[in-house]
Design a protein around this ligand. Sequence first.
Ligand SMILES: [Zn+2]
Length: 443
Amino acid sequence: MKTLAAALVLFAGSALALPDPRFDGKPDAAAPVVKAKASAAAISEADSRVWVELEAPDKAARQAAVNAGISVEEVKPGTAAGFATPKALARAKAAGLKVRTTVSLRQRFGALDFPEKDAVYHNYKELESDMRSLAARAPDLVSIFSIGKSTLGKDLWAARLTKGAKGSQPSKKPGIVFMGTHHAREHLSTEVPLLLAKHLVDNRAEPEIARLLETRDIYFIPMVNPDGAEYDIEGGKYHMHRKNMSKNADGSTGVDLNRNYAWGWGGGGASPDPGDDTYRGPSAFSEPETKAVKAFVEARPNLKTLISYHTFSELILYPWGGSDAQIPDAKALAAFRAMAGEMAKMTGYTAEQSSDLYVATGDTCDWAYAEKGIFAFTFELTPKSMWDGGFYPGAAAVQRVFQANIRPALYLIDLSDDPLRAAKGASVFASAPASKSQGEATK
Ligand SMILES: [Zn+2]
């Protein structure tokens, strides 16, 4: 499949390097394998999950893997790989899937070293403090408020950037919300929205940005899952944790917040087994974090667009994720495709319908579009593959990925007044026609 092939990197020389644009997609026997430096083990002895690679020649096989409770994180021609509990692995085998390799998390990831080298990433306290100083720096433009509490009682901080309205004051200006870190280990997805908010403040004098701050209502919620994100770096080590920190009835920890939204909740690709990484929770919106996002969105009918940042794979995904069907409104679908395609040109990522890889129900964007008509996108940020750093791409990725994501953000903020006009190519932030150099965005 073309879209899959575009998203692939089979091998990269360094565990932390970004994809080499010259890479031709074939394993290179001559390239050196640079192992992550050995350091204190990050994964506990008790963590029995494995990283499993399955034979998966088609979407049906990928779907069977997801339905067995495996969190498919990486798709290559003929295979799919992800995390599995022993039970999920047994279910996958029972479903007839062939296992190529398994490796325990401890073997595979126990050697990652951390925080010092990744100190540029924001933990919860640093995030809160940076958001507060942003508001202090531009009080006429920025306000900070909490949209609710996490499972363990942390405030879920939002920054609002607009002229003439503060905090929870309603606004009639078209609105957009950027969210990060539904999934604990996807720390880069906190950095991008936080840096975007700073970028708008730092560049508020630029005419186009001044116009957006004047005419749009712009929200950032960089850390939807602070409990999980904090746990994932506890003790200065990565724990490869995806879910929130709810205690489940069977004693396991965590619900997958991006399987807990209501649209299609309980369907395919969202595990009923509390131990699985993709556990959907006991009911739709069972979790304080998703409840808070729901209330936030419902209180703001002016929201027209949304980006939920995740890592990794370099994809731009639009609804549906929970169904193979296309969204029924042809005009809206054309707009979704135009926007995703445009933002893909800007970033070099691949645009596709979310369910093209496999169906997964209960995500943010399906709900936001189905219930509220919001043009909602999931961005799977850098890197392309587990072998390029996966969830932990290193400090050097932060600026580079943020820079690549500035223009798509401005483009989508701009289109928030009327997302349907995307299909006509009408945005000052749209990229140059295809005849110009590929991926070069120009005004
Ligand atoms: Zn994610």
